[in-house]
Ligand binder design. Structure first.
Ligand code: MG
Length: 485
């Protein structure tokens, strides 16, 4: 268990006994003090997010998968914290990423609309300029910042990572199944995937450097890029956002991994991502900076189930990508920071929304105070000093609130099957369906009739949330008006 006070005193191991000063050491000390223009900056921790695309809750060895080998992530989970109640803030790519990077629900940050599930290559919009990204907050605090991988918050120049707080960018700016060049359905194409079926660009900062991106080597190249950034910035605090395009369909693996997993191609892909995680851990350890680096591994949404063997598994959780059942938004999540974390399995609630406040707290960066944030500082859980401040979670699909979790209970007011099954019919529930997630993590047994008081509490929570949301929208409108003046 780490002491919060020890956070910034890395390398300052104390030895017993009184200091022994010699004339020479006093001279060296005096000269070094005189040469300092300002006090040396405290060693601030590096921050890394490794974000997968459509990886399911049950797709890692440490989260129970019987045939996918993920030794590096399993080691991270063993040495760090394995979170079993950690949520993304949306069940599809664009809003999920916007939530992680702003610490705000997608209905607040403008990246979830009734019209669009996610952004497409012909979308003219992107992350609003007035949003403060985590990269902007950390860069303002002196961090070097890099985005590697999938962006999906707008591909036009003004929306790209380099215009949103990142010093550099290398990646495919949206999903790897976009820019399709053939008329067949994606469902048919993924079976015998060839890179030329998807004419997706690979960008270095704002320039296209390859098209179509060679997706067979994309995972390996993202990992190499991440390692290069770490090596180049070993001397200063950095924030690395590594967002893999895979295991979103179409699946591709490099020669070294193709055909090696018992889980088939999906397993090859996940095992290659795991290998990259191992290279990052190795780099951090080799450079001697692992003890001042927090790494968080998670996923943007649940598995894309209609793709059958090409999609992942949510394990014992219900449904997957696109739904507000647990399988759509609960993610396999690991925090790793050698020697600093209160290691073990965490069964409390957390969310990708919370990385904003948590990272800012650790980095000494500022959380915006002029807007409603949906982000909690999870430091008490990380360092073993207290409980998770997150006690509830709101589950939206597009701009509609479908479900809410408070404590052990989750109430579904609206349900709709996984995205995209042939029939996507919305069903409204009054009273809501109610599940006890402690006893029934698979959401199998509706217990609404047993807990009328809990339902009343949930309805109050929703009503308060809606009032606050209206207030938030008013503030946003006011801000836009101010900006125009
Ligand atoms: Mg996704």
């Amino acid at each position: 268990m780490a002491n919060r006070n020890s956070l910034f005193s890395i390398g300052a191991a104390r030895r017993p006994g009184r200091p022994h000063w010699t004339p020479a050491s006093l001279l060296v000390l005096t000269l070094s003090l005189l040469s300092c223009q300002s006090p040396p900056e405290a060693v601030r921790p590096n921050l890394i997010v490794i974000f997968c695309d459509d990886l399911g809750y049950g797709d890692l060895g440490s989260f129970g998968h019987p045939t996918i080998r993920t030794p590096n992530l399993d080691r991270m989970a063993r040495e760090g914290q394995k979170w079993t109640h950690f949520y993304s803030a949306a069940s599809v790519c664009t809003p999920s990423r916007a939530a992680l990077l702003t610490g705000r629900l997608p209905v607040r940050n403008g990246m979830m609309s009734p019209k669009h599930r996610v952004l497409f290559p012909d979308s003219a919009s992107g992350i609003p300029q007035e949003e403060v990204t985590l990269a902007e907050a950390l860069r303002n605090a002196g961090y070097a910042t890099a985005c590697v991988g999938k962006w999906h918050l707008g591909h036009l120049p003004q929306f790209l990572p380099t215009n949103n707080g990142f010093d550099s960018y290398f990646g495919i700016p949206y999903s790897n199944d976009m820019d399709q060049t053939r008329k067949e359905s994606t469902r048919d194409l993924v079976k015998e995937a060839r890179i030329e079926y998807w004419n997706v660009p690979l960008l270095r900062d704002r320039e296209i450097v390859e098209r179509p991106a060679d997706q067979r080597t994309i995972t390996r190249r993202y990992s190499e890029e991440a390692v290069r950034f770490i090596e180049e910035n070993r001397e200063r605090p950095f924030f690395l956002y590594l967002a893999h395009n895979l295991p979103h369909v179409p699946l591709f693996a490099s020669e070294d991994f193709l055909g090696t997993s018992r889980r088939g191609l999906y397993g090859d892909v996940v095992e290659e991502i795991d290998h990259g995680v191992g290279r990052i851990m190795q780099a951090l350890t080799g450079l001697g900076i692992a003890e001042r680096t927090l790494v968080v591994f998670t996923s943007d949404n649940g598995p894309w189930l209609p793709y059958r063997e090409h999609g992942g598994s949510a394990g014992l959780l219900r449904e997957g990508k696109g739904s507000t059942w647990e399988g759509g938004m609960r993610e396999p999540t690991i925090f790793w920071w050698p020697g600093k974390l209160d290691a073990g399995v965490v069964m409390e609630m957390g969310s990708t929304l919370d990385l904003f406040s948590t990272f800012c707290e650790i980095a000494g960066a500022e959380v915006p105070s002029d807007r409603i944030m949906d982000s909690y500082d999870l430091s008490p859980v990380l360092f073993g000093s207290g409980e998770s401040p997150r006690k509830s979670m709101f589950f939206y699909r597009e701009s509609k609130l479908y479900a809410v979790r408070q404590g052990e209970f989750k109430a579904h007011f609206i349900t709709k099957p996984v995205y995209t099954r042939r029939t996507e019919t919305e069903t409204h529930h009054d009273p809501p369906l109610l599940y006890h997630l402690g006893r029934d993590p698979g959401e199998q047994y509706d217990v609404a009739h047993l807990y009328p008081d809990v339902i009343q509490d949930m309805e109050k929570l929703v009503s308060d949330h809606r009032s606050e949301m209206v207030l938030g929208e008013d503030r946003l409108a006011q801000r836009s008006q101010d900006a125009k003046r």
